[in-house]
Design a protein. Structure first.
Length: 136
């Protein structure tokens, strides 16, 4: 994967799929609102990863979902010097459908949360992160 600067605070992400997308900063931080902030992209990727798992599991259980969204609620470290990491996150799955079985939905969310969603598993694992640089 790569992320390339496009001017001001805009960066273009190019993942292996080739489906490029822009990220930007808030206007008060010099951004132009051309895409989500990196933090927004990070959190919403966890929601989308889990939701895709849940939908697939519910389809296998023959549950008919008609509407689905995930709301993310986070608590960040107190205001102060950066970084201000999140100290807790809640991914709230809001699902509508025809005669949904609460036990099936509960199991699907748990399976995604504990077994399948790589993004959420990575958040829990706190992987070792290093940074390098190259001057060309």
């Amino acid at each position: 994967m790569k992320v390339e600067w496009k001017g001001q605070r805009v960066f273009e992400a190019t993942p292996p799929s080739g489906n490029r997308f822009l990220m930007d900063a808030y206007p008060e931080s010099g951004g132009q609102n051309m895409g989500p902030t990196p933090l927004e992209a990070f959190l919403t990727s966890g929601a989308a990863c889990s939701a895709m798992d849940v939908l697939q599991i519910l389809e296998k259980k023959r549950q008919k979902v008609t509407s689905y969204r995930v709301e993310i609620e986070g608590i960040r470290a107190e205001d102060g010097p950066y970084p201000r990491p999140f100290t807790s996150l809640v991914f709230r799955h809001i699902i509508e459908g025809e005669n949904l079985d609460p036990a099936a939905v509960d199991q699907a969310v748990k399976l995604s949360d504990e077994k399948y969603c790589t993004v959420i598993a990575t958040l829990r694992a706190t992987p070792k992160v290093t940074s390098e640089f190259v001057i060309v």
